[in-house]
Design a binder for this molecule. Sequence first.
Ligand code: UDP
Length: 233
Amino acid sequence: MSQGTLFYEGKAKKIFSTDRLEEVLVYYKDDATAFNGLKKGTITSKGVLNNAISALFFELLEKNGVPTHFIRTVDDRTMLVKRLKIIPLEVVLRNLAAGSLAQRLGWTEGRELPRPVVEFYYKDDALGDPLINHYHVAALGVATGAELAFLEETGLAINRILVRHLAARNTILVDFKLEFGRSQGQIILGDEISPDTCRFWDASTRKKLDKDRFRRDLGSVEEAYQEIYNRLK
Ligand code: UDP
């Protein structure tokens, strides 16, 4: 496996081709954005920490029977993954109200949800990733009803695995975002699972240990990412 050409650059990652058509390299950058790209910055060592944290979560999920795109870590900022055709949906799982849900329903952040909430957002930067339901998914034609049911069930299963793993490490999984893709007729988990895409709170103090420290200018951003890595490794 050798690094080929850069064929996609996102806000936090770069994707390179390899000498195998079915495998790509994901390079994690230190760049951080929030509010649909309106706020920009860098978080020192974020790329290294998110690469390591995502690898640990993908390994945990694979061990629990959830297929992911992860193959192996290549270096401190790079992982080798299966090439996917990403389904343009963000699958968000929530255990406590926070962020856009708290705002939309006028709920206090940290309100307990009686059972996990699943949401779908249409991945479209120009539209600001709007919240959609299964009727919109069908109208957009991005996934069938059966595929959507599979994404929902798999999201809920992933939530159960992650909640239990993090609770044992004194960490509350408030909410997180997943992306899935198609590979050889199968739908598998792609993207990343990191403090960029999850809300983690310390279970004792409720201190935020995720990208909200960057979004809301709370300081100690790098330390929070490092703390999550320390709890998982
Ligand atoms: N999230 C993400 N990327 C997005 C939007 C949300 O990774 O483009 C994650 C976010 O980090 C949080 C969860 O999904 O863990 C729910 O985010 P929310 O809808 O509350 O939006 P936000 O408050 O981040 O705008």
